[in-house]
Design a protein around this ligand. Structure first.
Ligand code: ADP
Length: 248
């Protein structure tokens, strides 16, 4: 029967032809964060369940104090939830020790902050290269050049943060965040300290990273114009996601 041709696909073949199920890169289940200040409990997150999928650029909007920064800190493994679970690239953060969480964060997450948080004594080159050296893949000169060119930093690399404009400092911070190809970039009000022109430039770069490199991004903002750069908006209020939690 060596020459028999089977024209009917087997069930095995059919299962291969099915659409692959896309797993979220980040998932939270009933996430709570309660800050205890003196005798008073402040519930900053009150049961947040969201999913973020690879390739998404998600904006998180909401009034001051609604829990946006807390959410970013908890999903990025910078803070522990009081209750609930966070899965980052399939890893359950709650089940990890602090040192395991630190390693996971270093390898999977790139952070961008409103105040840039660059090391003031290092020039732009070393601020970016240090992040790459700390990563298990080590320093990769080709990747460094690609990222520095993408961020338009070619002529600014020998300058320290104090010698760079706000927009340039944020571009260095973004380069540092993406240099080791993180699974997700978490940006907390990345344009909060920038003028309109630099803001537009930085938001355009984030959109380009998302479109051209497929970089998954979650960005906090309270500016609707900035939020519109993303392709999904989560609205938060009083510690809850009130709209946009699911992919429509
Ligand atoms: P947003 O980023 O939306 O402005 P936050 O996550 O910073 O909101 O804060 C949510 C709530 O938690 C607010 O009531 C805030 O005062 C409180 N909060 C945030 N951080 C702390 C903290 N370290 N200790 C106590 N309360 C905090």
């Amino acid at each position: 029967m060596a020459n028999t041709i089977n024209i009917f696909p087997s069930t095995e073949t059919l299962s291969f032809a099915a659409e692959p199920v896309l797993e979220p890169i980040l998932k939270t289940e009933n996430l709570w964060k309660v800050y205890r200040t003196g005798q008073v409990d402040v519930p900053a997150l009150r049961g947040v369940s969201i999913e973020i999928f690879p390739g998404e650029f998600v904006s998180i909007m909401g009034p001051s104090g609604c829990g946006k920064s807390t959410m970013l800190h908890v999903i990025g493994g910078l803070a522990r939830p009081t209750k609930g679970r966070v899965f980052l690239d399939g890893n359950d953060l709650a089940a990890m020790s602090d040192s395991e969480r630190t390693l996971l964060r270093r390898h999977k997450v790139g952070f961008v902050f409103q105040k840039f948080n660059l090391l003031p004594t290092l020039d732009a080159y070393h601020n970016i290269a240090l992040a790459q050296h700390l990563h298990e893949n080590g320093f990769d000169p080709h990747r460094f050049d690609v990222v520095a060119n993408l961020l338009g930093l070619g002529t600014r690399l020998k300058h320290k943060p104090s010698e760079l404009s706000g927009g340039e400092q944020q571009r260095v911070a973004i380069a540092r965040a993406i240099i080791s190809e993180p699974k997700i970039v978490l940006a907390d009000e990345p344009t909060g300290n920038l003028d309109t022109k630099s803001s537009d430039n930085v938001l355009g770069i984030l959109r380009q990273l998302n479109k051209d490199l497929g970089q998954t991004i979650v960005m906090i903002t309270h500016n609707p114009d900035a939020a519109a750069y993303g392709n999904r908006v989560l609205h938060m209020r009083d510690g809850l996601v009130v709209d946009g939690a699911n992919v429509h």
